[in-house]
Ligand binder design. Structure first.
Ligand SMILES: [Cu+2]
Length: 186
């Protein structure tokens, strides 16, 4: 998953980590509302993101709507505090899940679905609230996510945690309330 606390230290740290890994620093995070909307729309197929509401997530879990949509989906632009480009599009249940995560509340007992077709970048595969690395960051390519407590009942997915092969389907944040399936699509 995505969205971390937008701490200045985190940005500095992420930049340092990525530089240390030989990657490029994520300096292309969208700045204007128009750029944020365009970025958010790349998370899902156009048929979905075209009509989606585009909203930024504030640190306290509230939303700032950048564009009101007519469809059921919400797309969120890249989180500038993480090193990767990681916009996402969420169905209504997944929005409730994300809000629960942002406010550290128990997620609703619903199944939600999220597109992350630009991929994801996470400090930790085991700690939902990590703001610094506890190993190598988990860098996942284009994927979709299934979220909600029911995910615990889906057997057969890799629960390695840190060091997982993110090219294959796996469980992120296992044994936490925010455990979810990461399913690569390319
Ligand atoms: Cu993800």
């Amino acid at each position: 998953m995505p969205i971390r606390k937008k701490l200045v230290q985190t940005i500095a740290l992420a930049a340092g980590v990525v530089a240390a890994l030989g990657g490029t620093v994520h300096s292309a995070a969208p700045k204007t509302d128009a750029a944020k909307i365009a970025n958010a729309m790349t998370a899902a197929p156009p048929a979905i993101s075209r009509n989606a509401t585009i909203a930024e997530m504030n640190e306290d879990g509230t939303m700032k709507v950048l564009r009101k949509g007519t469809g059921a989906w919400t797309c969120v632009p890249d989180d500038p505090s993480s090193a990767g480009n990681d916009p996402m599009c969420l169905d209504p249940n997944a929005m409730e899940w994300l809000h629960a995560y942002m406010t550290k509340a128990p997620p609703p007992d619903k199944v939600g679905f999220i597109y992350m077709l630009q991929g994801g970048w996470d400090f930790s595969n085991v700690d939902p609230f990590a703001t610094k690395p506890d190993g190598k960051p988990t860098i996942t390519g284009p994927h979709v996510m299934i979220v909600g407590p029911a995910v615990k009942m889906a057997p057969g997915y890799d629960r390695t945690g840190n060091g997982v092969n993110p090219a294959l389907p796996y469980v992120m944040w296992k044994d936490t309330p925010y455990e979810h399936l990461m399913i690569p699509v390319r």
